[in-house]
Design a protein around this ligand. Structure first.
Ligand SMILES: NC(=O)c1ccc[n+]([C@@H]2O[C@H](COP(=O)([O-])OP(=O)(O)OC[C@H]3O[C@@H](n4cnc5c(N)ncnc54)[C@H](O)[C@@H]3O)[C@@H](O)[C@H]2O)c1
Ligand SMILES: [Zn+2]
Length: 359
């Protein structure tokens, strides 16, 4: 079992990672001196698969079950969670335990942040993406009809428990989507992750706990380090945006329907690498290495019908543009990044063409 500590303004919190970690959940909550009243929030589907694992944590018998999936990530669903908390007479000492992917984590996190101005929350992420990314760092929120994650708050969890055993039931496409984020951590910080994925791809896809747990642990360690140093994304946290400038734009122009987030990041990383190679800051060998890893994981949805112009326009509207400057994270050598603030439209265009978009 790995234990990592994340430093947050509101106090530091542990992240427990490993096969069987959920079995320690009740004990860990006691050790963290979290209240005895515990309310679980999850979705029907996840609860059917994994609800039985939470019998021993001393939570209310009836969990709050909500719809999950991106189209339910909105204020209506948050209102339903809040209603259920009011009905259950949750008070300041009640602990919320969110069991689910990033959508559940973000919505339940936001509900916990606002109910009675803040209840403690424990995250038990059940997708690979949530384990390596969204459960750590304290960003919560929901979508607005006019934009993704426009409404939200920072609310650091009190504990995160990432147990690869729950990933066994995750649809292959969702699992794969999480792996692109693991590749991201490999490129920006820990190149041994790239070696691990390449050398044990079959065991990883078989959800072999011994192959998956080290990926989760190494990724969490990087996310934990980065958010500990920069909780509010003023500088360092930006390295986590590697691949996300183009990735977010691809998601936006396809209305979040064509790609799983990680898949868009797969393309986004290739575009970022291509820009770096063209500039001479990224070794060509790294582009080739990541390209072949991504190919090894399987085909990505096509980008051939997406217009370069639309993607460039979407990049201009991105949150990563600060005071008119695009802070673009490029790869340097394996495990290192460099921030570029003068990437031109022409360079982005060339990269988009290279990864297969139409003019
Ligand atoms: N807060 C952050 O820092 C942060 C970071 C990255 C992403 N996010 C957010 O995360 C969301 C995406 O999260 P996601 O990729 O986990 O998607 P998700 O939460 O929509 O889950 C994907 C699907 O997998 C199902 N599922 C979840 N766990 C399962 C399991 N163990 N077995 C079987 N099925 C399971 C869900 O029911 C859902 O249908 C986005 O809304 C994104 O904005 C937040
Ligand atoms: Zn991401």
């Amino acid at each position: 079992m790995d234990r990592i500590t994340v430093a947050a303004a509101a106090g530091s919190y542990p992240v427990l990672i490993g096969n069987g970690a959920i079995e320690a959940l009740g004990r860990e909550m006691d050790a963290a001196r979290l209240g005895k009243r515990r309310i679980l929030v999850s979705s029907e589907r996840i609860w059917d698969f994994h609800g039985a694992r939470f019998r021993t944590i001393g939570a209310d018998k009836t969990p709050i079950l909500i719809e999950d999936g991106e189209r339910y990530k909105n204020l209506n669903t948050v209102a339903r969670i809040l209603d259920a908390l009011v009905k259950a007479q949750a008070d300041r000492s009640t602990v919320i335990v969110a069991v689910g992917g990033g959508v559940i984590g973000d919505m339940v996190g936001f509900s916990a942040a606002t109910y009675l101005r803040g209840l403690p929350i424990v995250h038990v992420p059940t997708t690979l993406l949530a384990q390596v990314d969204s459960a750590i760092g304290g960003k919560t929120g929901v979508n607005h009809p006019l934009g993704k994650n426009l409404i939200g708050s920072f609310h650091a969890p009190s504990l995160v428990v990432a147990d690869p055993v729950v990933l066994e039931t995750l649809p292959r496409r969702e699992f794969r989507a999480g792996l692109y984020e693991v590749i991201k951590y490999g490129v920006i910080s820990d190149p041994t992750l790239l070696d691990r994925i390449r050398d044990s791809v079959t065991a990883i896809f078989n959800r072999d706990g011994d192959a998956v747990a080290p990926l989760v642990a190494a990724s969490c360690r990087i996310k934990a380090q980065v958010v500990s140093a920069d909780e509010r994304e003023s500088g360092l946290r930006r390295i986590l945006n590697f691949g996300h400038t183009v990735g977010h734009a691809l998601e936006a122009v396809t209305k979040y329907k064509q790609f799983r987030h990680g898949e868009a990041i797969g393309y986004g990383m290739l575009a970022a690498l291509a820009i770096g190679v063209a500039r001479g800051v990224t070794p060509k060998s790294l582009y080739e290495e990541v390209e072949s890893l991504i190919t090894q994981l399987g085909p990505l949805p096509s980008v051939a019908d997406i217009s370069t112009k639309d993607v460039i326009a979407a990049i201009g509207r991105d949150k990563k543009v600060v005071n008119g400057t695009l802070h673009f994270i490029a790869a340097a050598e394996r495990g290192k990044t460099v921030e570029l603030t003068d990437v031109t439209e022409k360079e982005i265009k060339a990269a988009l063409k290279k990864i297969g978009l139409r003019a």
